[in-house]
Structure formats: structure tokens, C-alpha cells
Design a protein around this ligand. Structure first.
Ligand SMILES: [Ca+2]
Length: 333
């Protein structure tokens, strides 16, 4: 079954492509990382994976640099790894910076796509049984927090980039679809939901901002709902700068069925977007069971060559049952 997906109209694609390379002032120095939530107890996330509230943590520093060799027991899938001619998902040498400080670290995750390459790259983590009911990963979560750092490469262009999906499948329902299946009028009829955190390019200026792209029960079209952020909610993205992103997803009640689901986004520790009154499911078996840290393009124009691909970097992933917060800065050396 093909994995065609995502509601991006041809007109939008043409507009985005027409924008081409944009220019602008250099990215200002960001605010210092905030110490809040679970991360406040663990300078530079050191030891955070052992906190009982933490489900999963990876700073990619235990990976072999320059490879996509997943350490045992960590991620559950790699898309377009270091196969000959691809190398789209790779852990490379690098560090996160916050403000004017470079933080301790060895590696970051790099996702790179180019013209006529496979459209996607990334990692998949199962937060519950996702492939089958016999996977041994439990039933998943009703509510989850996920924090990671993300940087768009200096040469990143305003191409719409889907990805970073939280979602779930109802494995008790025969024929439930994979998370990420698009062009679906009624996701509950297909036994899944998902919601991605992604950059949106302004079709007039090319300026990027963060937003959600959600396949929930009450979306109005076969495609995803972007929750229509107001002008003040559109958090501008500067390329070449690391951002601390944290999102919270809370699923709606099902007994009785209520529109009380929530999605929130914090950017650098500040609440940027919040939507409540959401419905993701009708049945309790549908829970949050997967996170895909990924990029997905609808093809990229020829200017993104294999030598100069469209690159995005990630680091310091933490998934937890409570608010995580940004990295606590270690003491200055
Ligand atoms: Ca790292």
C-alpha cells in the first residue's frame, strides 16, 4: 500500500517552489535555555533517562558517529539510513547551542533529502504496541510530553516539511491503517490518528513558522487540520538556530465520548500554541503508541542536489509523562 499522504494542494506547492531561496537578517542569539520541568534536575539531561517519569531519552551521543546504526533497545525503525547512495538519516558530529553557548555533546541527528531522493528520512519509536499486539510494548499512553531540539540548516529553503508525528493505531480493529496515512476523510473509520509538528512557510514571504498538522476526528477535509494559528501564535523560525521544542498531547475521553483532547507547543520554554476541545478517537484501545522523528517532503526542486541537500538537525529527545522543559545549562567551564 502506498504511503501517499498529506494535504498540500498543487497551488500551494507552486507558490512554495516559486518563493525560491530567501534571504534575511542573521538569526539573533536565542534566549538561554530555560530550566523547568523534569530537565531542571538533570544538567544537560545527564541521567534524565533514569527518571521514573521519563519513557525514553536519546542525545545520540552513544551512536557511532557517521552512521545510522541504532543502539539496541532505543529506536524501532530507521527510514533511508546509510544505504549506498542515500545516507539520508545519519547521526553526525555536532553540538546544540543555546544563546551564545555551545552545550556539551558529541553527536546530533541529521535528516537530509534532495531532488529525486526518497521523500522522507527519520526515526520511529514505538511507545506501545504498534506493529502488532504481540510486540510486548504495552498499550501506549493517553497523555504524553515530548521535547527535542531542532535546527534547520543555514541553507534550508521554505519547502513544506511534514513530520515529527505522534499517533496511534487501534490494533484490535482489523485493517487499521499505519500512522501517517493521508487523504482520509474519517480517521476513526481507519483506526488511527496522528498529529505532526512541522514548519509552515508563509506563501507570500517564505517565512517559516511552527504549527501542527493533525489527523483528528473532526477535521473538515480528507487532509490534516493545521489548527489555523493566529498571527500572534505563529512562532517564527530562523534557520541556523537551535530551538527547544516541547509538545503535549492529551487524548480525549471516550466513556462518555468528550471533546476534551489537548495539543500544546512550547518554543524555548514558552507556550506558543494550545488547542483544546479536540477529539482523536472513539474507542479506548486507540492510544498514543508511536513517535516518528522525521521529515517528509512532496518532492524537492532541483536546487537541492545530493551535494547540497535540504538538511534538518535534531538532538536531546526526551519523551515523558510530565512536563520536561528545556535543557538545564551545565555550569560554565
Ligand atoms: Ca547530542
Amino acid at each position: 500500500m502506498s504511503r501517499t499522504r498529506i494535504g498540500c494542494t498543487l497551488a500551494a506547492v507552486i507558490l512554495v517552489v516559486a518563493l525560491g531561496q530567501r534571504s534575511g537578517p542573521a538569526a539573533p542569539a536565542g534566549p538561554p535555555a530555560l530550566a523547568a520541568g523534569i530537565a531542571a534536575r538533570y544538567p544537560n539531561d545527564s541521567g534524565i533517562g533514569k527518571d521514573p517519569r521519563v519513557i525514553f531519552a536519546d542525545n545520540f551521543d552513544a551512536w557511532e558517529t557517521g552512521t545510522a546504526k541504532v543502539p539496541p533497545g532505543s529506536w524501532d525503525g530507521v527510514r533511508q539510513g546509510d544505504k549506498p547512495g542515500q545516507r539520508q538519516t545519519l547521526v553526525v558530529a555536532g553540538k546544540v547551542s543555546a544563546g551564545d553557548r555551545e552545550l556539551p555533546g558529541k553527536n546530533v541527528l541529521q535528516l537530509a533529502c534532495h531532488h529525486r531522493s526518497p521523500n522522507s528520512a527519520g526515526l520511529r519509536k514505538h511507545l506501545g504496541n504498534y506493529r502488532s499486539a504481540q510486540e510486548g510494548k504495552g498499550s501506549g499512553y493517553e497523555e504524553i510530553h515530548i521535547r527535542y531540539y531542532q535546527k534547520f540548516d543555514d541553507g534550508y529553503g521554505p519547502e513544506r516539511n511534514h513530520g515529527a508525528n505522534l499517533g496511534g493505531r487501534d490494533l484490535t480493529r482489523p485493517g487499521s491503517w499505519w500512522v501517517g496515512m493521508a487523504n482520509t476523510p474519517d480517521v476513526t473509520a481507519r483506526g488511527y490518528f496522528y498529529s505532526g509538528l512541522q514548519p509552515y512557510p508563509d506563501t507570500r514571504t517564505g517565512q517559516l513558522h511552527w504549527g501542527f498538522y493533525s489527523y483528528h476526528m473532526d477535521k473538515k477535509s480528507p487532509w490534516g487540520d493545521d489548527y489555523r494559528p493566529t498571527a500572534s501564535e505563529k512562532k517564527r523560525i530562523q534557520v541556523g538556530r537551535w530551538y527547544c521544542l516541547e509538545r503535549r498531547m492529551k487524548l480525549n475521553s471516550v466513556s462518555p465520548l468528550r471533546a476534551d483532547g489537548v495539543e500544546e507547543l512550547w518554543v524555548d520554554g514558552e507556550l506558543a500554541l494550545r488547542r483544546d476541545g479536540l477529539r482523536f478517537r472513539r474507542v479506548p484501545e486507540l492510544r498514543i503508541t508511536v513517535f516518528e522523528l522525521e521529515v517528509y517532503y512532496h518532492g524537492l526542486p532541483a536546487k537541492y542536489t545530493a551535494e547540497r541537500p535540504q538538511k534538518v538537525y535534531f538532538d536531546n529527545v526526551v519523551i515523558a509523562t510530565e512536563r520536561i522543559g528545556c535543557l538545564r545549562m551545565p555550569p560554565s567551564p
